[in-house]
Design a protein around this ligand. Structure first.
Ligand code: F6R
Length: 366
């Protein structure tokens, strides 16, 4: 049932090229320049007239929501807020019938996310669900939605759900951008084509398993770990840290790289592994100077870079090379080696990867 893999988590990591394809199949037609998702088409006006989009989710799904915030605002210019469902539901949020609420949930059963949806509906908001489990409570409670086609995710640590959630949300953003005219025609087509070849690039990114495994042997006994990223890759840093915490029990934190100087840099010494997501697109020069700051304080740098990178390579102790893509789509690629790194560290520490202590696959309690 694990298809020859040692763990479900590893199997699910390797399924990502296929499930991303399954998720956009029939919805993304790059030659025709069309994105078609019934749940979006049927309610297009709701989206186009929204004052803002509020995304509610928990855990990894919340991280996908953060990526979506950057993508939606960039592509559609609709203001987006991303909320932990558990905070949203208890804080008397301002919400009206002009709001669109997107709920993201792999299981479709997360109690806090469910409660957030109910609250949003009471206030007249339109609720759109992005779920993986067909017929789940959240998918039924939403007014409309779009499924991720990740297939069953058994490993408690979410991997393929995350990348397929980003795929769905990016397609929605592209569809709305087309309707609103907020992306140039050439950018729109570029993103469609780029999204279509992402599975091939994810496949290539999976080849980093060799390098990440080596890095994992070096760092398996670390007590702490920092993950840094900027822009679209800031949520990837958060997700990388969450994956490490969950399955290896190493304390890890994700930060926007520029926040280092406001506190966390005090933690840096030769004992501290710092994983920096530094692809060529985006804020490359800025992140290079962040890396220099860490290096001058003797931190140990593991950098995720674009293939062929030279500048970061000179500074970093270890580099993990991934294929180049556009900035907005890069989370789909940069997250892959971070999943693998957590996986191998957890395996080398003898942890129960698929069923980490204290965690359940779906959190149906508050
Ligand atoms: C992380 C993880 C959890 C879930 C969270 C939300 O690897 O598995 O953080 O992402 O409990 O679950 P869903 O997406 O089912 O609502």
């Amino acid at each position: 049932e694990k298809g020859g893999y040692d763990h479900f988590m590893l199997k699910e990591i390797y399924e990502q090229p296929n499930v991303i394809k399954d998720t956009y199949r029939g919805r993304l037609h790059s030659n025709e320049g069309i994105i078609q998702m019934a749940g979006v088409e049927d309610h297009l006006e709701k989206f186009l007239h929204a004052d803002r989009i509020i995304i509610v989710a928990c855990g990894t799904s919340w991280h996908a929501g953060l990526v979506a915030e950057y993508v939606f605002e960039e592509f559609t210019r609709i203001p987006v807020e991303v909320e932990y469902a558990s905070e949203f539901r208890y804080r008397n949020p301002i919400i009206s019938s002009k709001d669109v609420v997107i709920a993201i949930s792999q299981s479709g059963e997360t109690a806090d996310t469910m409660a957030a949806i109910k609250l949003a509906k009471e206030h007249g908001a339109f609720v759109f669900g992005v779920c993986n489990v067909v017929g789940s409570s959240i998918s039924r409670e939403s007014h409309a939605g779009a499924y991720t086609h990740a297939g069953p995710e058994i490993g408690v640590a979410s991997t393929k759900a995350f990348t397929t959630q980003i795929t769905v949300l990016t397609m929605i953003a592209l569809r709305l951008a087309k309707a609103k005219g907020t992306l140039s025609n050439s950018d729109f087509h570029m993103y469609l084509q780029e999204l279509e070849i992402i599975p091939e690039k994810v496949k290539e990114a999976l080849e980093t398993a060799v390098t990440t495994k080596k890095i994992a042997t070096t760092f398996k006994d670390a007590h702490n770990c920092l993950y840094l990223g900027r822009g679209y890759n800031f949520p990837v840093a958060l997700e990388g840290a969450l994956k490490l915490k969950e399955i290896s029990y190493i304390h890890a934190e994700g930060y926007p790289a520029a926040e280092m100087k406001h506190g966390p840099i005090a933690l840096i010494d030769e004992q501290m592994p710092v994983i920096v997501i530094a692809p060529k697109q985006g804020h490359y020069d800025k992140i290079v100077s962040n890396i220099q700051e860490i290096k001058s304080r003797s931190g140990r740098i593991i950098a995720v870079v674009t293939k062929g990178d030279t500048q970061v390579r000179e500074l970093a102790d270890y580099v993990i090379e991934v294929p180049e893509t556009s900035d907005a789509l890069s989370p789909l690629i940069t997250t892959i080696p971070l999943q693998l790194l957590s996986y191998y560290i957890a395996v080398f520490r003898g942890c129960n990867v698929d069923q980490p202590r204290n965690l359940a696959k779906s959190v149906t309690v508050e």
